[in-house]
Design a protein around this ligand. Structure first.
Ligand code: SF4
Ligand code: SF4
Length: 427
């Protein structure tokens, strides 16, 4: 099997993979941020006092890269104001009070045999689909590359290389047909005949389930970050993306498996994106995989899961390697939220950093072939002019270097600082 250089092997903690998806009750109040995607924030098309239905358009696209937003519940718009966002800042959000009826707008399924690729793209755009693996790039934009990029392959990413997170495994297992047919829609749009679904090596049961004459299922190694786009493409197609380039520059488009399911539901069922499956794991009473409405506060989800257990010191949205640590449980689930992980003091040991012992482990672990120790050192010593020689902007913030570092140096934090310095000081 092809592989990629570097990486690491954090423990998996994937017990929730055995737990079937369960639907969480509607939130009493949904907090729907106007920014849940890469690009410009959406613009509200409702105002305080408006009555909305589940699936109704509540915010419209602005600019070239943006996404529509639909109401996750039926009820009344209370206010549009800044609320704390998982990114750690206040973002304008539409606050909707549930009427507990979950009254839906009418969905309009389409006959796929009568649709041209541009019409499928319009459906995807109109239903507000963005990448559900965490990045949140608007899907309609990704599926419409410039004409000079010849795409020959679409890969669905089902690797879930982050510890704890198992929601994609459950979706592939329980909603297999939707995932496969969502991928086929993407292949139809791009006029591509090579479709791949990349799965974790431990999930061999999926190979039989996902069997389809038009699609190849690839079992990936357990190395982290196997699910990162650049590493995934290297492993599946043995193509290396040059620094500063995109997957489409090497003829490939990567989507998450839940994005494929959402595309299927948009086209075949006419359903907008207003819910997703997440994993709740770590120190909670009833960990599992839950279908939740976008805008549900994290606190309500944790309550539904029986609450936290033990001395929880850290709540992460996403996995522990690349997820976002939260200051407050009032933040809502957004389209890109893959999970909620609660860690106790023991599970999340905060180590004091000690001096670099020049062991080189961070260099060996870096999948982008950077020298993390050097970047970190130049930031700490104020020798910013050296940074341009070490390409900190090439860092994907995967965390492999820091995970491997025996001196527990805060490499990722220092590299983030280096990236900011490169942009602001224009080195
Ligand atoms: S330098 Fe960046 S890309 Fe390399 S291992 Fe560290 S976090 Fe990952
Ligand atoms: S892994 Fe840590 S101790 Fe080893 S060279 Fe890198 S920064 Fe230094």
């Amino acid at each position: 099997m092809n592989s990629f250089k570097g990486g690491t092997y954090p423990p998996k903690y994937k017990k929730t993979s055995e737990i079937a998806i369960e639907e969480i009750p509607l939130p009493k109040i949904a907090v729907v941020p106007l920014l849940q995607h890469v690009g410009s924030p959406s613009k509200p098309v409702v105002k305080a006092g408006d009555i909305v239905k589940t699936g109704q358009l509540i915010a419209e696209i602005t600019g070239l890269i943006s996404a529509r937003i639909h109401s996750p519940i039926s009820g009344k718009v209370l206010v549009i104001e800044k609320r704390l966002h998982p990114f750690g800042i206040g973002i304008e959000s539409i606050i909707i009070e549930s009427d507990e009826k979950d009254e839906r707008v009418e969905f309009h399924p389409k006959d796929i045999t009568k649709l041209f690729p541009n019409e499928i793209i319009d459906i995807i755009k109109n239903t507000g689909i963005v990448g559900l693996g965490g990045a949140g790039f608007p899907t309609h934009t990704k599926l419409w590359p410039p004409k000079d990029r010849k795409i020959d392959s679409v890969i669905l990413n089902g690797c879930e290389c982050e510890p704890y997170v198992t929601c994609d495994y459950r979706v592939m297992s329980e909603e297999t047909e939707k995932v496969i047919n969502g991928l086929k829609l993407m292949m139809k749009i791009l006029d591509v005949h090579n479709g791949y679904i990349a799965i974790g090596i431990k999930n061999k049961d999926l190979i039989e389930k996902l069997k389809d004459k038009d699609i190849k299922t690839i079992s990936m190694g357990s190395k982290y970050p196997q699910g990162a786009e650049r590493q995934l493409i290297k492993t599946v197609l043995n193509r290396k993306i040059p620094y500063g380039k995109l997957p489409m520059d090497v003829g490939c488009i990567v989507h998450n498996v839940q994005t494929a399911k959402a595309v299927y539901e948009a086209v075949y069922e006419g359903k907008p994106l207003y819910e997703r499956v997440i994993t709740v794991a770590g120190s909670v009473k009833e960990p599992g995989n839950y279908k939740v409405r976008i805008g549900t506060p994290v606190s309500e989800i944790i309550d539904y899961c029986g609450g936290l257990i033990g001395d929880v010191k850290k709540i992460i949205l996403g996995g522990p390697m690349m997820g976002l640590t939260q200051f407050s449980l009032d933040v809502p689930v957004i389209k890109g939220t893959v999970g909620i992980v609660a860690l106790t003091e023991k599970e999340n040991k905060i180590y004091e950093s000690t001096n670099c012992i020049k062991c080189g482990k961070c260099i060996n672990a870096c999948p982008e072939e950077l020298i993390p120790t050097a970047i970190s050192w130049f930031v700490e010593s104020g020798k910013y002019y050296e940074l341009a020689n070490y390409n900190p902007l090439g860092c994907t913030e995967c965390g492999s270097c820091e995970y491997e570092c025996p001196s527990k140096i805060h490499l990722v934090q220092n590299i983030r600082t280096a990236k900011k310095l490169m942009k602001t000081l224009k080195y």
